[in-house]
Ligand binder design. Structure first.
Ligand SMILES: Nc1ncnc2c1ncn2[C@@H]1O[C@H](COP(=O)(O)OP(=O)(O)OP(=O)(O)O)[C@@H](O)[C@H]1O
Ligand SMILES: [Mg+2]
Length: 372
């Protein structure tokens, strides 16, 4: 089977690495002008004008996506000519924070309190009603904490409005969560479902740094709750492929933050940590093959390599470290690779995580959540 991927970055690269053993072939459609995928056929169409679309589509049997910020008309055009999975409907909802929150609310999935605003006056009024602190985010195109501002004083609203510079914002009550979790689930074309365990995520300066799976100290009820939420979303969207739901754990239970209709950074641990990785399961789902086992074999952590590659030679000497580099040049805040470690216990895992982080300049210190 020939798989076409919209986007040509590290997620596409890891999809291809997972699909080659299943005799799948890969082509990529890049609109950034800077593909880093380094594998398969790459069609470059800077700015997404539609140039080379015919050649890309002629080269593939089915199309999927590694990112949700594709222009909707492009997604629909592709869908009218080839099977696109997940569909443009999943993309439409997941590329807009307002649509996402509306769907959460419709399905009874709790979220932080929020207002959608499209003027400075509406922004000021939302901040007054919610009360500081709040988080303001662009409704579209945000990632890695970009296009966001935390407002602790109403006097800062105007400068935040000018700085974010978007015409539509979502203003959310700042949540004092005990930790951040995510759940990744997969639904195949014929409706089979499978769930990865809840993952505990640590961010630093808006960027994911550590993902531990399975998240420690999860009750069976909490697990079931998260599966129930994402299961409802999968069905409501008629989604095929991987779907990721980011959650805040609070004293009142889980709150949904956002979702992504694709393989996700907080699931990279599954390459070594599960029998079937999120990448392989995504491909199995869209090709309508039986889904693979999602369980974590033992406590596993994914550590992101951000901005600088650090001491790769030193990392290669650690017998328990699996190193993944994405073929990208160093740049501040850029995801350049990740390292996966596994251990028999969370205590041993913490020690290994810290040894890895010591080779990565700028990595925040790792603290297991029970010690925070
Ligand atoms: N309402 C909130 N209260 C407290 N913290 C928040 C809130 N919303 C977001 N954050 C923090 O900011 C981070 C990034 O926010 P969010 O996930 O909404 O945006 P993003 O830019 O799409 O991120 P990413 O691309 O990493 O998923 C969250 O992981 C969380 O740490
Ligand atoms: Mg997020």
């Amino acid at each position: 089977m020939k798989i076409g991927v919209l986007g040509a970055g590290q997620l596409g690269r890891m999809l291809a690495l997972a699909g080659l053993p299943l005799e799948m072939q890969f082509s990529f459609y890049d609109t950034s002008g800077a593909p880093s995928v380094g594998i398969g056929n790459v069609f470059i169409d800077q700015g997404g004008t539609g140039k080379d679309l015919d050649s890309f589509l002629a080269d593939v049997d089915i199309v999927t996506s590694e990112f949700e910020h594709i222009p909707l008309d492009l997604a629909r055009k592709i869908e009218s000519r080839k099977m696109l999975l997940p569909s443009s409907e999943s993309t439409r909802v997941c590329q807009n924070r307002g649509e996402e929150k509306r769907l959460f609310t419709k399905l009874g999935i709790p979220t932080p309190k929020y207002h959608l605003v499209d003027s400075l006056a509406a922004f000021e009024s939302a901040v007054e009603q919610l009360g500081c602190p709040v988080v303001a985010k662009t409704v579209t195109d945000g990632y890695d904490g970009k296009g966001q501002a935390v407002i602790r004083d109403p006097a800062d609203v105007a400068s935040a409005w000018n700085r974010i510079g978007n015409t539509q914002l979502i203003v959310e009550k700042f949540v004092n969560f005990s930790r951040e979790l995510s759940i990744i689930a997969v639904r195949s074309k014929s409706g089979q479902l499978a769930f990865y365990p809840l993952t505990e995520n640590t961010h630093h300066e808006g960027i994911l740094r550590y993902s531990v799976a399975p998240a420690p100290r999860i009750s069976p009820e909490l697990d079931k709750q998260a599966q129930c939420y994402i299961g409802e979303l999968l069905e409501a969207l008629n989604h095929v492929g991987i779907l990721t739901l980011e959650l805040f754990e609070t004293e009142q239970g889980l709150l949904a933050n956002e979702m992504a209709p694709r393989v996700h950074n907080s699931g990279h641990w599954s390459i070594e940590g599960a029998n079937c990785s999120q990448f392989e399961n995504h491909l199995r789902a869209i090709a309508d093959l039986p889904l693979g086992d999602c369980q974590a074999q033992q406590p596993t952590c994914m550590i992101n390599i951000i901005s600088e590659k650090g001491d790769i030679q030193g990392l290669l000497r650690l017998p328990y470290a699996h190193i993944h580099l994405y073929g990208k040049d160093e740049r501040k805040g850029r995801k350049l690779g990740h390292v996966t470690v596994q251990a028999d216990s969370y205590k041993e895992l913490t020690w290994r995580i810290r040894n890895v982080a010591a080779h990565l300049p700028g990595s925040p210190e790792y603290h297991p959540t029970e010690n925070r």
